[in-house]
Design a protein around this ligand. Structure first.
Ligand code: NAD
Length: 523
């Protein structure tokens, strides 16, 4: 008896988090589709490399022009899918990507071209060294939903200009923004097989990790990052892991309370706190503690929460209910353990089910989840400290190490403390903005990840270093080749003394003993 077997293809839904409206449903790429995409990328990459760096830089210019032309449309698409205020979509996504393209247009040629490598050791002076930066081949990119344009685009532009093909698995929550990115890149002149999307959920991402990619650039949570690192270790797949953060903000006793409180409020609540570099923990010198809290609470209460498509909105919704539940549970745990709520403290269901009021908590401690786990929501927990020493200890008392900020009237003091903070970046008198500095490397230490994105070091992640060594006197047998014996050993000792002995006399004596080393009979 014949039976109809119905194959159900898993789907991802793109939803407007402010309204709950389903924007579209898209099929997830399965294992087979992912492998086909990677194979096509491999086949196309060679020609992409061969067109040369100048043509790839020209592609960046086209992309930059197109993105600039469509800036408002793209920002609106980002807001529709993430809920973030449209102003933030412009500043933290479109502007960041335009500037990342600017950085690569200005610097890719200089940073990627072959580099002479002079040799210091006299024994190797007759050889010329050269460094080549070769693309990996196919770079897999897996990205999160919180910056659906700026994260995958900055990584993809660097990978592409270096001559790689890219297969991107965007977050299941932001497929539409990824489709916009794909369309811009293809219009800019990137061949279809050189930049491909595989849409889908974690299973699609898993398939990409298991595919024949040559390197993976992953941005997302620590648990997923660890899972991916374990799979990558099996076949020594190189990975960049840009993971979560629990960034501390230290307000020293000489800080300007008005400026620092505005920074804390923006740093904690922009993108509804769903930024890897958000201010997740705030430590304030006891002498400023109450005035700082008062200023933060007053400013927080003035924030306008709503649909990000309204240009007057300061804080939009969370991406989905699961994120809201994490925020609720962290706040409930803090309150149960004695934290004071100075602003917010609960959901705003009258606006929609994903809205949470920007919340200021005082008197938090490191026993509370809100100070140890990534909250990724609009909460500013504040705790006092008594000395710089204590502030540094508290800042470093975390499994994370993405970024940090220090607030002080004394830049030197701030930079001195910055050296002692365990983080990939420390800002003195600013928060979050280092992600928007295209020259600055972005990445973490400890559980916040491995490797770097952005700027020179992000570009270096997209290439393998190859060293080429050419001998200037190919007709000469090398002095270190066979033909060993007591006399050669003495000459070699002399040669070592000639280069490394501690006195001039010993060096000269070494030179005399080494004389004749070149004339030595070799096999
Ligand atoms: P996530 O780890 O849930 O998902 C990230 C991506 O990985 C998504 O595309 C997802 O589909 C995919 N994925 C899930 N399981 C997978 C698996 N087993 N194999 C392969 N891929 C898989 O993270 P998220 O919720 O999308 O993003 C929020 C997290 O990202 C936060 O922790 C945040 O701090 C972090 N983040 C870090 C940075 C950074 O630069 N360090 C930037 C933005 C966000």
């Amino acid at each position: 008896m014949a039976t109809d077997i119905q194959i159900v293809v898993p789907k991802v839904s793109s939803v407007n988090p402010a309204t709950g409206k389903v924007l579209c449903e898209l099929e997830c790429a399965g294992e087979h589709e992912v492998h086909v995409a990677v194979a096509r990328a491999h086949a196309a990459q060679k020609a992409w490399l061969e067109i040369g760096l100048r043509k790839r830089i020209a592609m960046l210019r086209n992309f930059q022009r197109l993105l600039h032309q469509k800036k408002s449309e793209i920002a609106e698409a980002i807001t529709r899918e993430t809920g973030k205020p449209v102003t933030e979509a412009l500043t933290t996504e479109v502007l960041v990507v335009l500037d990342a393209a600017r950085f690569l247009i200005e610097n890719a040629f200089r940073l990627l071209r072959d580099e002479m490598l002079p040799h210091g050791n006299i024994a190797t002076k007759l050889k010329s060294g050269k460094l080549l930066r070769e693309p990996y081949g196919v770079i897999g990119i897996i990205s999160p939903w919180n910056y659906p344009l700026s994260i995958p685009a900055t990584e993809a532009l660097a990978a592409l200009v270096a001559g790689n093909a890219v297969v991107l698995k965007p977050s299941e929550f932001t497929s539409l923004v990824a489709l916009e990115l794909k369309s811009l890149l293809h219009q800019a002149g990137v061949p279809e097989d050189v930049f491909q999307l595989v849409l889908g959920n974690g299973a699609t991402g898993g398939a990409l990790v298991h595919s024949q990619i040559d390197k993976l650039v992953f941005t997302g949570s620590v648990p997923t990052g660890k899972r991916i690192a374990a799979v990558a270790a099996e076949r020594l797949l190189p990975v960049v892991l840009e993971l979560g953060g629990k960034d501390p903000m230290l307000v020293l006793d000489d800080a300007d309370v008005d400026v620092a409180s505005s920074a804390a409020v923006w740093g904690a609540f922009m993108n509804a706190g769903q930024t890897c570099l958000s201010v997740e923990r705030c430590y304030v010198h006891r002498s400023l503690y109450e005035s700082f809290l008062k200023a933060c609470a007053e400013k927080t209460k003035k924030l306008r929460v709503g649909n990000g498509s309204n240009p007057d909105t300061d804080v939009g919704p969370l991406i989905h209910e699961r994120q809201l539940k994490i925020v609720e549970s962290h706040v409930a745990d803090a309150v149960a353990r004695g934290a004071r709520v100075l602003a917010g403290g609960g959901g705003l269901s009258q606006l929609g089910r994903n809205f949470y009021a920007p919340t200021v908590l005082a008197d938090v401690t490191h026993e509370m989840r809100i100070m140890r786990e990534e909250t990724f929501g609009p909460v500013l927990p504040v705790m006092p400290f008594d000395s710089d020493e204590e502030a540094v200890r508290l800042a470093n008392d975390s499994e994370y190490g993405l970024a940090a900020s220090i607030w002080t009237g004394d830049q030197q003091r701030g930079e001195g403390l910055a050296r002692r903070i365990q983080a990939g970046a420390v800002m003195v008198n600013d928060v979050v903005s280092c992600y928007g500095i295209s020259e600055a490397p972005h990445g973490g230490v400890k559980s916040s990840g491995l490797g770097r994105a952005h700027g020179r070091f992000g570009l270096e992640e997209m290439v393998r270093l190859k060293y080429i060594d050419s001998d200037r006197v190919p007709g000469m047998k090398k002095v270190w080749w066979y033909g060993y014996g007591a006399s050669f050993a003495r000459q070699m000792e002399g040669f070592i003394d000639f280069q490394f002995a501690q006195t001039v006399a010993k060096r000269l004596s070494g030179a005399l003993r080494a004389a004749g080393i070149v004339l030595r009979k070799r096999l």
